[in-house]
Design a protein around this ligand. Structure first.
Ligand code: NAP
Length: 279
């Protein structure tokens, strides 16, 4: 019987996931289909019960359901539990199990650019949902020096105080981050500042950036944000949010099917949907 997968969110119409996952099902000759389900917050519990009743095989979970879905699942993986958010659900013999592949997707996507993280100085800008997944995953992976800068510093304090994995972290406001920028090898931009249509904004000035640094922005629309453009002008390398998006999807696909898919192809499919030039 054909297997059914999907993404739930509100809104969800612009999700790139259906095209990306359906392309993979076709590529690997898997008899399955992936659908976008628009689920309002008040309908989430009923929707999850319905998915379980019809034997849905797996789900991607996007805003605003990543936290709230946790109470309706049968089991939560320890990293997702620590992060406090689920972006992937796997139907394991009738039990719905929640995972988080956002942070590990980020980590896999950056590995090509930074093969060895040992003793790297990392600055995470932002303390929202995406930052939390990335921060906890980097700490779980053994990275030690990860500072966090955020407009609202108590939110960054909260992440530092609640992360169960050992590391050294300093909390900065955005002005302090600008002043101390020369210290960092990797800057991970996780705020929504610079995202379409606010393309002329940047969370910090990169005046003090080291030319040897890498600025990684998890935004993928636009493909090049203002902070990336300015970092390039300082001679630094940059990466946009496509690798993270493709890898979080690849890790989901692997959990559902046991196959780690063709990541280059996934990135191409995403770029094509975004009108990027690589395709
Ligand atoms: P979120 O939980 O709402 O967090 C938003 C973050 O942006 C917070 O740190 C917030 O600071 C900061 N921020 C918002 N407006 C600001 C302003 N005017 N000035 C300064 N800081 C501001 O959002 P999220 O889910 O983490 O998503 C953040 C971004 O990541 C979005 O652009 C999203 O598209 C992108 N993302 C990409 C991927 C991927 O796969 N590439 C995955 C997930 C998310 P405060 O705490 O001070 O409010």
């Amino acid at each position: 019987m054909k297997k059914l997968y999907g993404v739930i969110g509100d809104p969800v119409a612009h999700s790139m996931s259906p095209v990306m996952h359906n392309d993979l099902f076709e590529l690997y000759s898997i008899d399955a289909t992936y659908v976008a389900f628009h689920v309002k917050p008040d309908d989430l519990e009923d929707a999850v019960k319905g998915f379980k009743a019809i034997g849905l095989s797996g789900l991607s979970v996007t805003v605003p359901h990543k936290q709230s879905i946790m109470s309706f699942l049968d089991e939560i993986d320890p990293l997702a539990q620590a992060i406090g958010a689920v972006n992937t659900v796997v139907n394991e013999n009738g039990r719905l199990v929640g995972y988080n592949t956002d942070g590990s997707g980020y980590l896999e996507g950056i590995k090509k650019e930074v093969p060895s993280f040992a003793d790297k100085e990392i600055l995470l800008i932002g303390a929202g949902g995406a930052a939390r997944g990335i921060y906890f995953t980097l700490a779980q992976a053994g990275l030690k020096n990860i500072d966090i800068a955020n407009r609202t510093t108590p939110k960054a304090d909260y992440l530092v105080e609640n992360c169960p994995y050992p590391r050294n972290s300093q909390v900065l406001n955005l002005e302090e981050a600008e002043e101390q920028l020369a210290k960092y090898d990797l800057i991970v931009q996780t705020t929504s500042i610079g995202m379409h249509p606010d393309v002329e904004s940047s969370p910090i000035s990169v005046e003090n950036l080291r030319p040897t640094a890498l600025v990684s922005d998890i935004i993928y629309s636009p493909l090049e944000t203002k902070i990336m453009r300015e970092a390039k002008r300082k001679g630094a390398r940059t990466q946009n949010g496509i690798p993270m998006f493709a890898y979080q999807g690849a890790l989901q696909f692997e959990k559902w099917t046991g196959i780690f898919p063709d990541i280059e192809r996934m990135q191409s499919v995403c770029l094509k949907q975004l009108g990027g030039k690589k395709c």
